[in-house]
Design a protein around this ligand. Structure first.
Ligand code: HEM
Length: 127
C-alpha cells in the first residue's frame, strides 16, 4: 500500500514540476496546479486514513517505521499543505490583477517545491 502511495506522490510531484514549467501559459498553469492540489489533499487524507500518520507521530498508535524519520516527514507534509494554500491564495490574487504579488508567488514556489520534495524523499526513506 505504501509503495502505491509513494508512487502516486512521485507522479503528483512530476505533474507539479510540469505545471511550474508551464507558468507562462497561465490557464494551463492554473489548471494543472489546481488538479495537483486536489490530488495531493486526497493523497494526504488516504495516507492518514489508511496509515494513521498523525496518531503514529503522537505515539497514540504503534508504528513500524523509523520514528525520527516520521517526525521529519509529517511536518514536511503539513508544511506542503500550508504552502499549497499560500500559493492558491497568491495565485488567485495575481489572476485578479495583483501582478505585484508575482515575485512573492515565485519565492514561495521555491519554498513549496523544497517542502514537497523533502516530503517525497522522506516518504520513500520510510518505506
Ligand atoms: C504550489 C503551487 C504553485 C506553484 C509552485 C506555482 C509557481 C509559479 C511560478 C514559479 C510562477 C512564475 C513566477 C514569475 O514569473 O516570476 C507562477 C506564475 C503564476 N501563477 Fe503559480 N504556482 C502555483 C500555484 C498557482 C495557483 C493555484 C494559481 C492560481 C489560482 C497560480 C497562478 C499563477 C499566475 C496567474 C501566474 C502568473 C503567470 C504570468 O502571468 O506569467 N499559481 N507560478
Amino acid at each position: 500500500m505504501s509503495l502505491a502511495f509513494n508512487i502516486s506522490s512521485l507522479l503528483i510531484f512530476v505533474a507539479i514540476l510540469v505545471g511550474v514549467a508551464l507558468h507562462h501559459r497561465v490557464r494551463t498553469h492554473v489548471r494543472i496546479m489546481k488538479v495537483c492540489f486536489t490530488l495531493d489533499v486526497l493523497l494526504l487524507i488516504l495516507v492518514e486514513v489508511f496509515r494513521g500518520a498523525i496518531e503514529k507521530l503522537l505515539g497514540l498508535e504503534p508504528s513500524t517505521v523509523d520514528g525520527t524519520m516520521l517526525a521529519v516527514h509529517v511536518p514536511l507534509a503539513v508544511g506542503s499543505l500550508v504552502w499549497w494554500i499560500l500559493q492558491l491564495r497568491s495565485g488567485s490574487r495575481i489572476l485578479a490583477g495583483r501582478r505585484e504579488l508575482l515575485p512573492r508567488h515565485a519565492l514561495h514556489a521555491r519554498i513549496f517545491l523544497l517542502l514537497r520534495l523533502g516530503n517525497l524523499v522522506t516518504a520513500f526513506l520510510l518505506y
